[in-house]
Structures are given as structure tokens and as C-alpha cells.
Design a protein around this ligand. Structure first.
Ligand code: DX5
Ligand code: ZN
Length: 218
């Protein structure tokens, strides 16, 4: 399947979110919405009302990365705000079986993610439950950090497991994605590429998406 690109809203201009998203809408495959609670990560991004106000301005798929200590409590609220998928950290929910069911009961797709320091074995048993496995390639909390190449081994292992067991999960990578690091993650088996700085941080975000896409399709 061809590579998909989701720009990260975190790198957009928060005073002009609809404008920034509208500019890239035709060029991308979904929108990565980074919610930070100031507790699981040492930063605060934005919350439900921002998502709710942005929702009617675009038809893009809202992929919500929940960097939060208590994500499941908010699932109904994320659904109401217009999210399509919620991705939670396995560090917060070591056994996500129950909350995967809660997400689905709300009509949300469900993703699981792991930090660079968390081993693949923490998520492996739950792959049959997820639509999205997000392999973090930076420690979450801030945009603009350097890609950690050691995580590529987890992408390779996930690719093998998902393919050999014929699972439906996509493999997503997030953090420090550029045309160069994206190409390496693509070779390791990633499907969905989240990029903040490399898209919204560029003078021409549409051209930046095209450059990234060309690198991924090489
Ligand atoms: C990091 C976030 C990422 C971030 C990526 O906590 O999860 O989605 O916005 O930003 P870049 O692409 O700048 O590393
Ligand atoms: Zn993210």
C-alpha cells in the first residue's frame, strides 16, 4: 500500500489553524492531532474545543495522539469533538484490551503507541486489537526533535509480525520525520508518516508534502 502522510497540527500556527490545514488538505491523507495534558508529558498543546472548532473546516481524518494520563475518560468527548481515531500510550495503559473496546463502542478507531525506550514486547500481544501501531521516533512532548534511528528495529519487527499474522494494523511513525528519515522508516515497513516541522514548519507546506511523498515512493 502506498505511504500516507499526516501532518502534525502541533507545528501549525495556532492562530490560523483552519487556514494552515486548508492549505495542505488536498495534498495529505489525514491530520495528526497531538493532545498533551501537561502530566504524561511536560507540555500542554490544545484540547477538545480546538478540535471541535477545527472539525467543520476540513474533511480530513482526525488521528488523535493522546499524550495523556487518563485517555479513556475522554473518549466520548473526543468522539463528540469529531475525532476519528484515538491512539493511547501503552506506558499509561499496559493492558489496553478494555479501552480498545471502549473506543470501538464510541465508534472510534483505536491505536496504541510506545515511547522510544519501551520495548516492542509491550505492544506485541495487543496488535490484533489495534487499527494503528504508532512507533514514536522521539520522546513525546515537543515538536522539532531529532529522529531516534534505534526505533527502526521496532518498525521492522512490527512489519514482520503484522504481515505474518495477517493483521490489519497500520504502522505509523512520529517524530523527526524528514524526507531522509521518512525514507528509512518506509524501508523498515512504516505505512503512515507524521511530520510537523517538515511540513507546517516549511515556507511552502504543500511543496514540503510533495518532497516527502517523493522520498517515500522512491
Ligand atoms: C511529539 C508529537 C509529534 C510532533 C512531531 O510529541 O507527538 O507528533 O508534533 O513533530 P516533528 O515532526 O516536528 O518531530
Ligand atoms: Zn504525535
Amino acid at each position: 500500500m502506498s505511504a500516507r502522510i499526516y501532518p502534525s497540527l502541533l507545528a501549525a500556527d495556532f492562530a490560523r489553524l483552519a487556514e494552515d490545514v486548508g492549505r495542505v488538505e488536498e495534498a495529505v491523507d489525514g491530520l495528526h492531532v497531538d493532545v498533551m495534558d501537561g502530566h504524561f508529558v511536560p507540555n500542554i498543546s490544545f484540547g477538545l474545543s480546538v478540535i471541535e472548532d477545527l472539525r467543520p473546516t476540513t474533511s480530513l481524518f482526525f488521528d488523535t495522539h493522546l499524550m495523556m494520563s487518563n485517555p479513556a475518560f475522554f473518549f466520548p468527548h473526543f468522539k463528540t469533538a469529531g475525532c476519528d481515531m484515538v491512539t493511547v500510550h501503552v506506558e499509561v495503559v499496559p493492558d489496553p484490551t478494555e479501552i480498545a473496546g471502549k473506543a470501538r463502542a464510541e465508534g472510534l478507531k483505536f491505536g496504541l503507541t510506545l515511547n522510544p525506550s519501551t520495548p516492542f514486547s509491550a505492544v506485541e500481544p495487543f496488535l490484533p486489537l489495534v487499527d494503528n501501531l504508532l512507533v514514536m521516533s522521539v520522546f513525546p512532548g515537543f515538536g522539532g526533535q531529532a529522529f531516534i534511528p534505534e526505533v527502526l528495529e521496532k518498525v521492522e519487527r512490527a512489519r514482520k509480525t503484522i504481515d505474518s499474522s495477517q493483521l490489519a494494523a497500520d504502522i505509523q511513525i512520529d517524530g523527526g520525520i524528514t524526507p531522509e528519515t521518512g525514507r528509512r522508516a518506509r524501508a523498515a515497513g512504516a505505512d503512515i508518516f507524521v511530520a510537523g516541522t517538515a511540513i507546517f514548519g516549511q515556507p511552502d507546506p504543500v511543496e514540503a508534502v510533495a518532497t516527502l511523498r517523493a522520498a517515500l515512493e522512491d
